[in-house]
Every structure is written in structure tokens, then in C-alpha cells.
Design a protein around this ligand. Structure first.
Ligand code: ATP
Length: 499
């Protein structure tokens, strides 16, 4: 399969192999046709109506004979501008790679993280591409719908598209192999150039000051991995296996008829590594991260729009889900008791949805496993919470949150991981006292990590290790014991219930 991209050539010299006139050379023919059409509009009323059908059939045949080119248009957005078309994205990548050294007019932009200059085909620019002896022309273009300055509605947005033009004798080749070739190459280029991103939902204002939530992003650069995560080795291995199995399970999910997504619930006290684990997951799978700030989302419609905008190979995170919304209380107080009729239950959910502009539990459940949640595929949805007992069981039942992972206080094995990473030691005389203290005291991995941080730059390595471990021993002695912690937790729960 040969493929050579070439820049535009002067009119009339196009296509050494394809000697037919290029599409632009037909501009003269176009104006002649326009004149004929004008003439036709003038004489048309004087023609008997039964002749109209014959005339229009033969006119299109005639145009087909004199203009032998076929055009296919690929719009940036299909449907209601919800999601950029995959075909458009692949073509953009394909032409971006092949046109930058051929096209005459290029557009220079920095890439998403601002680190490199990316050249791509400018609007209304044309490039040619040769494929298995056939020449095709790609044009990038846009239409701007007319807007009236006095209109109260926002100005219609530009609609970008690519147009592919080729001779009709290549129809089979283009429809069959060429378009597949463009899609495959374009996708491969997109993946190879992909810089992982951390997205967050931010308000954006149009020129009429209408607020919309959009995803904005920065490069994802968190260095945490499963190697740096303090956790019991068996548990860690189990999570890694689960994640890798998910990534390889496209066919499996299709076979069992489920959308290719998986829910993780990470719960545990503050500082036990929930956020760190999300970064480790993203680094393991090479996925983007969408950090969804739920409190900023106006209503269920806005939530759905944000969801549709997410791409596959991503982790959608809602941190501290119990603080993001009053999910549990609302549902419990408004839903009828278990014995209520189906009708009552439906009414309760509808009331919840109608209640002003806000994201509701049913909206969130729909976000996780409704029809819209299947858009895109290959996505993890991760909730984190410090208070798993506060969550509505409907939200975290298996099937929605498939895997529940408890991140807890630091175990001795967890400490060993941190000691290796922070201090570079696998053994030390203080390890035994630390092990004994850890059996009775509760300390978070965040606190252990803080004690193991280098104390001074100038110190010798051994001195630093000694100082850090001593500092950890001291901190452990000051920590509450497991019994004290349990008593305090029970009191807190009791107080919360009484409130
Ligand atoms: N299990 C862990 N392994 C390695 N480092 C950890 C771990 N847990 C915490 N840390 C360290 O503590 C810091 C805080 O941890 P992290 O933000 O992941 O905790 P969290 O459970 O998400 O806390 P919160 O509930 O307050 O958001 C991290 O930057 C990391 O350095």
C-alpha cells in the first residue's frame, strides 16, 4: 500500500497519474451551469408540468457526465453538537501529520499543554493524497450560519468540516480501503501524540454572559504509581489485576451486553491514599482523569452534557461524594418506605428531579449506569469518601460501584514500602519497635510519609534515616491506640445520629 501526501499543485497540473481535470478547473463549468439554471427559472413557468420530471432527471445525468467527481463531507459535530465526531478527529490527526510539510497555508497552535508548536491545515486549504494510484483532494472548511444582530439568541456557532473529493472511478477503492486507512492511521497518530490530561469542570461564559460548564485541562503529571503506594502487597496485586483485566476486556463486555465501564469506591479516613490511588490507576492504565466537581454542576442535564463530553480511556472521579451532595438524606426522607406502592415511589423520584436546578440522586445514578453512561466506553468511575456509612446503598451497590476498596491506617508492610521509597532502606534496627507500635497504634500513611520526608539537605544519608525513623517512633507514641480510636468513632456516630 503506497501512500504519498502532496501539496496543492497549480490548477491544470494536478495528478500525473490521474489526468482528469481537477475539481477547481470545473469552476467555469459551474458558472455556465448557474447561468443555465437562471435561464431555467425564467422559462420554467411556460413549460408543461409533465416535462419537469424528464428535464430534472436528464439534467442530473448530464451534470454527472460532465463533472465526474464525488464529494464526501465529514462534519466536526454530528447531531446536536454533543460530541465531536470520531471520523473528524481521526481525519484531523491524519491530515495534521501528512499536510504540515505540504500544505501552503498552515495554522500554528501550541499543543494542549503549551509545550510544542503544532502545525495543521488552515481553513479553506487543500491538500492532495495519493493512495494506490488514486488521487484525492482534502479541503478543510467551515460554514457560519447567519445571525441577526438584533436576535436575543446566542450567535450560531461555526460548523467546521472536511471535504474529500475523488474521481468517481475510484469510488470502490475510496469507500473500501482508503477511508479505513485514513481512520486507522489517524487513530494511531492520535494515540501516539496523546498527552494524558487532568480535566476539571469550569464555568465558561459566552458573549451573552450565559454560564456553561465545560471541561478544561492541564497535563496529567502526578508521579504516584502502585510501586509508591503503601498498601498490603496482596491487596495491591488484586487491584492491579482487576484494572488490567478491565482494560483488556472490550470483547468480554460486548459479549455479556454491558457497557465497558467499571465503578470503584475508595473509602477510608483522610490521608490514607485515596487520591494517590487514583493517580496510580491513571498511570497504570494510561488513562486521562476527569475530576468532576459535582457542587458546581447546575442540574442533571448539565451533568449529562459533561459526561458525554468525556472521552474513552478515562477515569471520572467524584471525590468526597458524601460532601458533594445531600444524596442520602434527600432520598431517604422523600422516598416512601419500603412498603410504599410503585406509584408512590415513582412520584417521589419525579419530585426529586423537578426540585429546582440541582443534581439529584436519580440524576447521578443515571450518570453511572443509565443509557447515556454507555457513550464512549472504557471508562472507570471512581467515588471517594471518608464516610462510607453515610452513602445511600443504591449509589454504591455492586453493579454501580463494582469494587469497594478500603484504604486504611498504615500497616507495617505499608510502612516498609514508604521506607524504601523515601529513605531507600529495607531494614533498620528501629524497624522492630516501629512494627510493635504499629500493631497497637493507628497512623495514616500520610503521617508516616510526612515523618519520613528528608529532614535536612546537608545531612549524611544514615543520619537522615535515623532522624526520620526516630521522628516516626515519636509520632507513633503520640497516636491514639486502636481501642481509643474505635471508642472515639463509636461516640462520633452516636452524636451524628442524635443530631
Ligand atoms: N497509601 C499511601 N501510599 C503512599 N503515600 C500515601 C498514601 N496515603 C497517603 N499518602 C501520602 O499522603 C498524601 C495525602 O494522601 P491522599 O491525598 O492520597 O489521601 P486521601 O485519602 O485522598 O485524603 P483525603 O480523604 O483527605 O482526600 C499524599 O500526597 C501521599 O504523599
Amino acid at each position: 500500500m503506497t501512500h504519498v501526501a502532496q501539496g496543492s499543485e497549480p490548477l491544470g497540473r494536478r495528478g500525473e497519474r490521474d489526468v482528469t481535470m481537477a475539481p477547481e478547473s470545473w469552476a467555469g463549468v459551474g458558472s455556465a451551469v448557474a447561468s443555465l439554471m437562471f435561464l431555467w427559472a425564467v422559462v420554467r413557468p411556460y413549460f408543461p408540468s409533465h416535462l419537469h420530471i424528464y428535464l430534472s432527471t436528464y439534467t442530473s445525468k448530464l451534470v454527472g457526465l460532465v463533472y465526474p467527481y464525488i464529494e464526501i463531507t465529514f462534519a466536526e459535530y454530528a447531531g446536536e453538537r454533543l460530541k465531536r465526531s470520531d471520523a473528524y478527529i481521526a481525519i484531523e490527526a491524519y491530515l495534521g501529520a501528512t499536510s504540515s510539510d505540504r500544505a501552503k497555508r498552515l495554522k500554528g497552535e501550541t499543543d494542549r499543554d503549551g509545550s510544542q508548536l503544532v502545525l495543521s491545515m488552515d481553513e479553506y486549504e487543500e491538500v492532495t493524497d495519493d493512495f494506490q494510484g488514486a488521487r484525492v483532494w482534502w479541503t478543510s472548511s467551515k460554514t457560519t450560519p447567519k445571525s441577526h444582530s438584533f436576535s436575543i439568541y446566542p450567535a450560531p456557532e461555526e460548523r467546521r468540516f472536511y471535504r474529500l473529493t475523488f474521481h468517481r472511478r475510484h469510488r470502490k477503492l475510496i469507500h473500501g480501503s482508503y477511508l479505513c486507512h485514513v481512520m486507522e492511521e489517524g487513530k494511531a497518530i492520535g494515540v501516539s501524540k496523546r498527552q494524558r490530561k487532568l480535566y476539571t469542570n469550569n464555568p465558561n461564559y459566552d458573549r451573552f454572559e450565559h454560564k456553561q460548564l465545560v471541561w478544561s485541562h492541564v497535563p496529567f503529571e502526578h508521579p504516584a504509581t502502585f510501586d509508591t503506594l503503601a498498601m498490603e502487597p496482596d491487596k495491591k496485586q488484586d487491584i492491579i489485576q482487576d484494572l488490567l483485566a478491565f482494560r483488556e476486556s472490550k470483547e468480554y463486555y460486548a459479549r455479556i451486553g454491558k457497557p465497558w465501564k467499571r465503578g470503584y469506591l475508595l473509602y477510608g479516613p483522610p490521608g490514607t491514599g485515596k487520591s494517590t490511588m487514583i493517580s496510580a490507576m491513571a498511570n497504570l492504565l494510561d488513562y486521562d482523569v476527569y475530576d468532576l466537581e459535582l457542587t458546581a454542576v447546575k442540574d442533571n442535564t448539565a451533568l449529562r452534557k459533561l459526561l458525554i463530553e468525556t472521552t474513552s480511556k478515562s477515569i471520572i472521579v467524584i471525590e468526597d461524594i458524601d460532601c458533594s451532595l445531600d444524596l442520602s438524606g434527600k432520598r431517604k426522607s422523600e422516598a416512601p418506605s419500603e412498603g410504599g406502592s410503585e406509584e408512590d415511589k415513582k412520584k417521589a423520584v419525579m419530585k426529586e428531579d423537578k426540585e429546582g436546578n440541582k443534581v439529584t440522586l436519580s440524576g447521578l445514578l443515571n450518570f453511572i449506569d443509565g443509557l447515556w453512561s454507555a457513550c464512549g466506553g472504557e471508562r472507570l468511575i471512581v467515588f471517594t469518601t471518608n464516610h462510607v456509612d453515610k452513602l445511600d446503598p443504591a449509589l454504591i451497590r455492586r453493579g454501580r460501584m463494582d469494587k469497594h476498596i478500603e484504604l486504611s491506617y498504615c500497616s507495617f508492610e505499608g510502612f516498609q514500602v514508604l521506607a524504601r521509597n523515601y529513605l531507600g532502606v529495607g531494614e533498620h534496627q528501629l524497624f522492630e519497635s516501629i512494627r510493635r507500635l504499629m500493631e497497637e497504634k493507628q497512623i495514616t500513611p500520610a503521617d508516616v510519609a510526612e515523618n519520613l520526608m528528608r529532614k535536612s539537605v546537608g545531612r549524611a544519608a544514615e543520619e537522615n534515616v535515623e532522624a526520620c525513623l526516630q521522628s516516626l517512633v515519636k509520632a507513633l507514641k503520640e497516636c491514639r491506640s486502636k481501642n481509643e480510636e474505635e471508642t472515639a468513632a463509636a461516640t462520633e456516630t452516636q452524636e451524628a445520629k442524635e443530631d
